[in-house]
Design a protein around this ligand. Structure first.
Ligand code: SF4
Length: 496
């Protein structure tokens, strides 16, 4: 006997609504939910396979600990959680709080319980050696928002459904399905932009799948995004095409910025950008004259040279042309649940309040760059990481120089991982605590409404009952937090 369950997909930021057909303990088919207010029936190949994780025979179903000969053997939940807490506590007592490092991965933000309890655990540990996925892609965005708006999580989202001119820089949303832009089915949305007479302009060193759809494609040299954007501002300043009302009444710092712009005149940066000066001028003027326009940049901007400056310059262009906070421009979503308050309470906002021990790299929203993990484990001295907790992340695969990190993990005194699988990272752990798969717990939109093109909040029921002995990710994080003397009520800013 089959049944149908509506469920939000937890496999990427698009968070599409799914319609699952379930038979007993198996998902037999997955369709996009045509009634979902955000995704309206969109489904990708990854989402179509969401049920396979539930029945995957390779997924761990119970805790395991590493034996002397490198194999893993079963251990009970109580013993595993006690062991993890004891080793973390012992490290803290002997070497101090920073001797415990934490890496948390993206899946912690797809489940409201995991999001809340990973914050509580981080707060309880109080370590400055905490790392997450942000430094792989969005730190420049978070830093730019911190300096521009005084709030790292104030992230303007392009109103793709109502804009008339979409300037897309270093992003390939047709393939990525959006990053810091929760707008499922972007190919369809961009087609509709063009059908209503709008323009799609793509700036990218590579003629990407999104560039292939564009009305205009500018093949910029890598690392030149900031120069291009400042050149556009120079053109608009020279031609008096800026929104003076916004600059005079709602913004500060324009005069100072304007004094630097002549150095970025199109003819001066054209060679550096690899774009003709007249093309820079044309795009700048089109952008300013469009009835509605928005500039948006992602991975290519965030991972390139001058990334924070380029991200800041994207917003400066939106602000100076009166596109910030306007329909069809760059808008701030209004989530039903104000997660930013919790993030601030947990110290997960700000930039440069402290730095990494070895290279002096600045923190962003409370995390050090994950590229510093290996050296923080390897380098002797006070504050060296001796014990590491990884939580729903695979940094050996996702951070720069994963091979070095893999070698460093073998030098730890103790490592515990919360993860569904033995993978490139967790195979180095002394203890693995596997959560049940998402389909066994309910889920509420918590993080992605911060980046969503429409204001929605959705709740999904559990699809399956957990098997006996299975714990959800939030239950594991809660058990560990409470064994370490913390709890949700204790969330407070990390001392700077
Ligand atoms: S695009 Fe939609 S269906 Fe595909 S993985 Fe992302 S959320 Fe799931």
């Amino acid at each position: 006997m089959t049944r149908t369950v509506l469920r939000v997909c937890t496999l990427c930021e698009a968070t599409c609504g799914l319609r699952l057909t379930v038979d007993g303990d198996r998902v037999v088919s997955v369709e996009g939910d045509p009634d979902d207010p955000l995704s309206r029936g969109f489904l990708c190949a990854k989402g179509a396979a969401i049920g396979e994780v539930h029945c995957d025979p390779d997924r761990l179903r119970a805790p395991v600990r590493r034996t002397g000969d490198g194999r893993f053997e079963p251990i009970s939940w109580d013993d595993a959680l006690d062991l993890a807490a004891e080793r973390i506590e012992a490290t803290r007592e002997r070497y101090g709080r920073d001797a415990v490092g934490v890496y948390y991965g993206n899946p912690t933000v797809y489940d409201h319980g995991a999001t809340l309890w990973v914050s509580a655990l981080l707060d309880t540990l109080g370590t400055r050696n905490r790392f997450g996925p942000n430094s792989q892609d969005i730190n420049p965005r978070l830093a730019a928002s911190h300096y521009l708006y005084g709030d790292s999580w104030a992230i303007p989202v392009p109103d793709v459904d109502r804009t008339a001119y979409f300037l897309c820089i270093g992003a390939n949303p047709v393939v990525s399905n959006g990053s810091l832009l929760t707008a499922p089915g972007l190919r369809r949305r961009l087609r509709s932009l063009r059908e209503r007479g709008g323009m799609l302009v793509v700036v990218d060193p590579r003629r990407s799948e999104t560039a292939a759809m564009a009305d205009r494609y500018l093949a910029i040299r890598p690392g030149a995004d900031a120069a291009l954007l400042l050149a556009m501002l120079q053109v608009l300043s020279q031609r008096s095409l800026l929104d003076r009302r916004v600059l005079d009444q709602s913004a500060s710092g324009w005069r100072e910025l304007a004094t630097h712009l002549d150095r970025f005149a199109p003819e001066r940066v054209a060679h550096f950008c690899g774009i003709e000066a007249r093309d820079i001028e044309q795009v700048a003027v089109e952008f300013a004259r469009a009835e509605r326009a928005v500039a948006y940049g992602r991975m290519g901007v965030s991972a390139g040279h001058f990334a924070t400056l380029a991200t800041w310059a994207i917003d400066a262009l939106n602000v100076a042309t009166g596109r910030l906070g306007c329909v069809g421009g760059a808008m701030f979503p209004r989530p039903a649940i104000d997660l930013t308050r919790l993030l601030k309470l947990a110290g997960a906002a700000g930039h440069g309040r402290w730095a990494s021990r070895v290279r002096g790299l600045p923190e962003t929203v409370g995390d050090l760059p994950a590229a510093a993990m290996a050296e923080e484990i390897e380098t002797p001295g006070e504050g060296r990481i001796r014990t590491l907790l990884t939580c729903l992340g695979n940094p050996v695969l996702s951070v720069p120089d994963g091979r070095r990190l893999a070698r460093a993990l073998e030098k730890l005194d103790f490592m515990v991982s919360v993860d569904l699988y033995v993978n490139e990272t967790t195979r180095h752990a002394d203890l693995i605590l596997p959560p049940s798969w998402h389909l066994t717990h309910d889920r509420c939109d918590l993080v992605f409404p911060l980046f969503s093109v429409r204001n929605v909040v959705r709740w999904s029921p559990p699809v399956f009952v957990p098997r006996e002995g299975e714990l959800a990710d939030w239950q594991i994080l809660r058990a560990l937090t409470e064994r370490l003397g913390g709890g949700l009520a204790g969330v407070r800013p990390v001392d700077a």
